[in-house]
Design a protein around this ligand. Sequence first.
Ligand SMILES: Nc1ncnc2c1ncn2[C@@H]1O[C@H](COP(=O)(O)OP(=O)(O)OP(=O)(O)O)[C@@H](O)[C@H]1O
Length: 928
Amino acid sequence: MSASSPQPDPKPTRFGRDRTPANADYRQLNVDDLTPMMQHYVETKQQHLNALLLYRVGDFFECFFQDAITVSQELELVLTSKEGGKNIGRVPMTGVPHHALDRYATVLVQKGFAVAICDQIEDAAAAASEKRMVERQITRVLTPGTLVEEGMLSASRNNFLAAVVFVKRKWGLAHADISTGEFFTTEGQDLERLAQELMRLQPSEVLIPSSTPNPGRLIRAGEASEEIPESLPRQFCYALRPQSAFEASSTRERLLERYHLRSLEALGCDHLPLAIRAAGGLLQYLENTFEQEVEDRRAGANPGLRQLPLQRLRTYAIADYLILDAQSRRNLEILETVRDGARHGSLLWALDHTRTAMGSRALRRWILQPLMNGEEIAARQETIAELLGDASLREGLQACLKQIYDLERLTGRAGSGTANARDLVAIADSIVRLPDLAALVADTQAPYLRAVAAVPEALEQLGQRLHQTLVDNPPLHLKEGHLIRPGVNAQLDDMRAMVGGDRQWLADLETQERQRTGISTLKVGFNKTFGYYLALPRSKSDLAPEGYIRKQTLTNEERYITPDLKEREARILTAQDDLNRLEYELFLELRAEVGALADQIREVARAVAALDVLAGWAELANDQGYCRPQLLNSRQISIVQGRHPVVEKSLPSGFFVPNSAELGWSELERSQGEEGEEARPDVIILTGPNASGKSCYLRQVGLIQLMAQMGSFVPAESASLGLCDRIFTRVGAVDDLATGQSTFMVEMNETANILNHATGRSLVLLDEIGRGTATFDGLSIAWAVAEHLATEIQARTIFATHYHELNELASILPNIANYQVTVKEMPNEIIFLHQVRPGGADRSYGIEAGRLAGLPSSVIQRARQVMGQIEQHSKIALGLRRGKATPDKGVKERRGRYQTQSPQGDDETPRLQQLDIFGSCSTVNGKS
Ligand SMILES: Nc1ncnc2c1ncn2[C@@H]1O[C@H](COP(=O)(O)OP(=O)(O)OP(=O)(O)O)[C@@H](O)[C@H]1O
């Protein structure tokens, strides 16, 4: 039994033949036979059929019937039983202690369950004295996508709830994070795009219209269901909603009403019917699960309606952002590494120099949504440039940002009525930093710096008021006083003085009674059961004076009360209750004031978060020597001496070998057949030995392009980059056992996806296509894919391969060039230079790698023999060439630019020497 689960019932649960506890299904029981509490439980459960119901009984939240079985299994708690009523017998039961509710509820929600919490809303003693059942109410329904509670959320990522609607291949998608208030909607044409967008958002819960008789059901991640279209990813939790929730006119009305508008034009979605339906359906769900009247008679004051803290709906277009599909995100290790799924070693890790939780969430969003708009990119770049040029401004800002708490989420909790006093103090502590931030940026120019240059007066006043009202370190509990400073409210001060007087009387009583009885060890004490008492050691109990009424006997102590003491006690306790109630009321007023300013606070919070990201990027650019890329409206990709942002960071300083890249044959050149300075290939065939750095190079080009479109500076000496609409990668090959697909099929699916969706504006990074099948099949496919990309799509492509035969393509097609990663062959070893140079490699040194990996020498020897024979006898039929790909004369001449230089070209020796000096070149035998 878990230490924190309730005491087992002495009577064990009866099990049926199938090992299911008896009476697990309350629908098969006669409700009238149930005890009153069980009847109430069942009534409540019937209103929340799709949630697990946690029902407060004393110090525990308990579950009964089938929920008890599920919860005990999911949380590994002991399943016990409780008497259900006359003729009923025992029903399954489990439970968690009330103080551990959040922890257990979080686990259930993370596992994809909805959890309804039914709490006691009055003091149990009051109900007991009137001999009636204590009143309970559903106080919160938790679902994966509707959390605001601290401790249930990760600070560095959004918790999105999404809603989708479809009409044939058209779709609408809305998403919201109620912990930060963000709310977005969009619509599109192609279901594959919808899946990509969901993969970007990684929502915790997706609402989907359904015509089942049981809408509201949650389909947990990975669970099979016919309700979910095949094209949608299965790794999310889906909540089935009735079709009516997404109905066109009611969703429009709901949005108009929410935002007090006459037309949705102001929200930018008036012309997007599916975006409206998705947003309206999402809003309805939130209103149902989140907005409700909260009553709590224990406190005397009523927190009232829990508001839904949503910001204004924002409409966006998928085409406004560079598309990076899930596969490419994975291959480029954007959020986590492929090997172990760790953040350390990912692009996110390399780019994260933020100081606030809001900043770290914004960073994640920006990384997943690189821009297509040159002006927006320029605004970010300008801010970085200004911060880069002024180290003291940057450091000052970062020091100030460090002291700003998570204003977005704190404000969300204030707006929704779930914030405690510490949350409000944290808001105040953050708001009072804003003028410092504004002062620091007073003389700056860049847009993101100007955005924090003025602090709204209302916020400054709010910060002061919060500080003046709340004590510095308030307790977590709101209903036990000690929240409000003296001098804030005259009535409160009077009450405190009165209680203080009575407490002094008690303190004096101890001294008086010690003197009167002559017992120096006499004490005045308090406990919850008996209230105030006078305590004497047992050895002195016969000295107890007249008038002492014995109340309790302990091993070493006798406890007494007196009529005077009881009278004072009644006064103190009543006054203390009144005092706590008044403090709570004052707190609620204050919280509502913060809630009323939520929009303004969040606007500032957004600006702070963006600045935090950019200040971090400026720091990174400064530390790592990044440059400001020039963004162009052409197909050009020119990177001079580029580096891989993550590999570089993981190697000792100076070890990474920079490489340049030129891609993107311009239309002008193509039409004029010109050979100017600008001539660049569309497709690079990249060859080189195993472990020479091919994958690293192609990833580096992709990451530099991505970083540039995020608005960041990039690891290069200089870069001129045309905006990309999409980056595709196919790197490595793994079996997708979960979907039953072989390595080769996964590879082909991904390749098909690229060929079907890439455009002339895309960047395609292919690593070893075709290696998962027989050599000739693989080579033929690789050949055809490269040809298709160069001729049909003309996408900028880097194609890393060990099929050296592909080097032939460059002599056929004008926009293909060969590059290789060079090595230096020594008598007993190969030195990796990691330099990308024009020309094609003719060896992979795979057998060398095998030798150094420890293959038996007999195997190595035999492999060399076999290779010699194959090289002698095999000839790849180059009849694979396509007629239309025959190059013209101009092309043959241009080809020399890419091909004639040998790998052992002029500048190789100096590089080798330089590497030797720094000891940075690696060798296949691992020595440097
Ligand atoms: N430019 C570079 N400077 C320094 N080290 C590098 C560079 N490029 C790659 N490396 C190092 O070489 C290792 C191997 O690189 P990479 O995986 O890119 O090789 P590869 O050519 O793709 O190999 P294979 O063909 O076997 O897949 C990397 O882990 C990295 O540590």
